[in-house]
Design a protein around this ligand. Structure first.
Ligand code: PXP
Length: 256
């Protein structure tokens, strides 16, 4: 059964910054693209600053905070590794988040060398370390979401360590989607069960990674999906159809 409530679309701008960083100068302009996405209907803007600054830079985070924070209907989400230390002009992940005061911070268990996030937290291992970090951010008025695999035991721990929401890692779901076989059905069932578990615990539900125009409609069957954050595929779709139609196409699925 398709859910009736809209899911917020947060557009991840990492790939715009990646193209910008391939040359000197400020082209394409990340902030201009944020404005275009918002005008096209994006409900939020997401960035994933990393210490190597391969895409989003601390100055982008500051400028995006200045743009988005005053907009009551648009959410700013900063995702990343809470244990990323200061290096060069990167002030450390938590310091950057505290300075920017986004609506939401999504903590992700990725190391500094990783190409992209590829798994959720193991909270049996890192739960105790995360607890004070979650509290520290919440004390600044920032909602905290944890990037998680669809594992009910781990999701229960997310509640225990004080998270407000979880973001389910959808990479394996997206990888299984094209075949439309048993692996896909199993993934969807796992994610539905994880969503139910989160709802029973009172955790809000987000999702992201490798979502695209093909696999997002089926994922929207999941009840109470509050937000998806999408970057890679949306940027590629923007190359084909333009960024405004691309954002509108994702938004239409999120509202359908
Ligand atoms: N969620 C998290 C935690 C991520 O690291 C990323 C990639 O930056 C995304 C969502 C978005 O994934 P994609 O770029 O594949 O849409």
């Amino acid at each position: 059964m398709t859910q009736k409530h809209p899911t917020a679309l947060s557009v991840n701008l990492n790939k715009i910054a990646l193209i910008r960083n391939s040359r000197e100068g400020n082209f394409p302009d990340v902030i201009e693209h944020a404005k275009i996405c918002i005008q096209a209907g994006a409900d939020g803007i997401t960035v994933h600053p990393r210490p190597d600054q391969r895409h989003i830079r601390p100055s982008d985070v500051t400028a995006l905070a200045a743009l988005v924070n005053p907009m009551p209907s648009v959410e700013f989400n900063i995702e990343g590794n809470p244990f990323a230390e200061p290096i060069g002009d990167f002030p450390g992940f938590l310091e950057l988040v505290e300075q920017a005061k986004p609506d939401q911070c999504t903590l992700v268990p990725d190391n500094n060398q990783q190409l992209t996030s590829d798994h959720g937290f193991d909270l049996k291992q890192s739960g105790e370390q995360l607890k004070p970090i979650i509290k520290r951010l919440q004390d600044k008025g920032i909602r905290v979401s944890l990037f998680m695999d669809p594992d009910p035991e781990q999701i229960a721990l997310a509640k225990e360590v004080g998270a407000d929401r979880i973001e389910l890692y959808t990479g394996p779901y997206a990888a299984a989607y094209p075949e439309q076989g048993q692996a896909f059905r199993d993934q969807l069932e796992q994610h539905k069960a994880a969503a139910l578990c989160a709802a029973e615990l009172g955790l809000g539900l987000n999702a992201g990674h490798d979502l695209n125009l093909d696999n997002l409609p089926a994922y929207r069957e999941i009840k109470d999906l509050l937000e998806v954050s999408i970057g890679h595929a949306l940027t590629v779709d923007a190359l084909h159809q333009g960024i405004i139609p691309a954002v509108k196409a994702y938004k239409a699925i999120c509202q359908g």
